[in-house]
Design a binder for this molecule. Structure first.
Ligand code: PAF
Length: 312
């Protein structure tokens, strides 16, 4: 059994998601539905298409926050029928990561998604998504884009992400799928997958939503103590300072990286990376230009946080 399959089995053994999902099958609000199977999704999508509707999908791992809900808003702007998937995908968690404790609250997610106008919430079990266990055919990016940045410390992570996203695209056949810019590398790899495999879906990326003090919204913020939350501001502070420096004329990649990394060399913040890179290839740049991307990752306590900003 591979480490990832073991992780999946550990997830199956966690009674919370399946136990909570079951009664929700009956939830129907003003035509909105919760589906637990791919067959139900296909039937709902067929009906929506037959009614001439443009289909949007917002893939999530649940524990929805305002960032996710703005993706639903965006989806409603560009489509007539909006689905939100809620699935904590074991394939994208490595051994020792937070799969078992990843926050889950499906009833709340359903309320929030329907409250924001979603037409369907898809909340499958692990067995429903991976009926034959760990898939034998997976989507594996090969040109290094998935090994940089977050991929360097999370080997196999993007293989898990792309595989589940490809499966969701296969199930929903959406016209458009909406992702958040906070996961910039993920969104770039998904665009690349769609391009490489000629998948007939438009990938839309919506801006990161932040707290008033700059902290990027994340389901994982719930792990932070008050003290850690204050320390976590090092990430957005570094991005802001480096953006200001760039606006003042500094284009040297090394100088901008030093600002990002300097902000994260603070007590209680364990920096993973502070990088300035090309938006398309994700390769580090010697000279930043408008459109180059800055991204940061750090551990604050036990919580791994990421953030990024596109240079203007
Ligand atoms: O961004 C996420 O929440 C996940 O990586 C995604 C895209 C839903 C795939 O599991």
């Amino acid at each position: 059994m591979s480490a990832r399959t073991a992780a999946a089995v550990a997830f199956v053994a966690d009674p919370a998601p399946a136990a909570e999902a079951a009664p929700l099958l009956s939830v129907v609000k003003g035509g909105a539905r919760v589906a637990e199977t791919r067959a139900e999704v296909r039937e709902a999508v067929r009906a929506a298409r037959a009614a001439g509707k443009r289909i949007a999908l917002v893939p999530t791992m649940g524990y929805l926050h305002e960032g996710h809900l703005t993706l639903v808003d965006r989806a409603r702007e560009v489509a007539d029928w909006v689905a939100v998937s809620v699935f904590v995908n074991p394939l994208q968690f490595g051994p020792g990561e937070d799969l078992a404790r990843y926050p889950r609250d499906l009833p709340r997610d359903v309320e929030l998604a329907f409250g924001r106008g979603a037409d369907l919430v898809f909340a499958p079990s692990v067995e429903e998504m991976y009926p034959h266990g760990e898939p034998r055919v997976t989507v594996v990016p090969e040109d290094g884009m998935a090994e940089r940045l977050c991929g360097a410390s999370r080997p196999g992570h993007f293989r898990g992400v792309l595989t589940v996203v490809a499966k969701l695209f296969g199930t929903f056949t959406p016209d458009v799928a909406v992702f958040g810019q906070k996961d910039f590398q993920q969104a770039t790899l998904i665009r690349r997958m769609v391009d490489d495999l000629d998948l007939p879906v438009a990938v839309d990326v919506a801006p990161t939503v932040r707290e008033a003090d700059g902290l990027a919204l994340s389901s994982r913020n719930v792990y932070l103590s008050a003290d850690e939350r204050a320390r976590a501001l090092a990430l957005s502070r570094g991005l802001r300072r480096a953006a200001e420096l760039f606006a003042a004329g500094e284009t040297d990649g090394g100088a901008l990286r030093a600002v990002l990394r300097g902000a994260m060399s603070a007590p209680g913040v364990e920096m993973e990376y502070g990088e300035v890179f090309d938006a398309r290839t994700l390769a580090p740049v010697a000279r930043a230009v408008p459109g180059s991307v800055m991204a940061v990752a750090a551990r604050v306590g036990r919580t791994r946080l990421i953030d990024n900003a596109v240079l203007a």
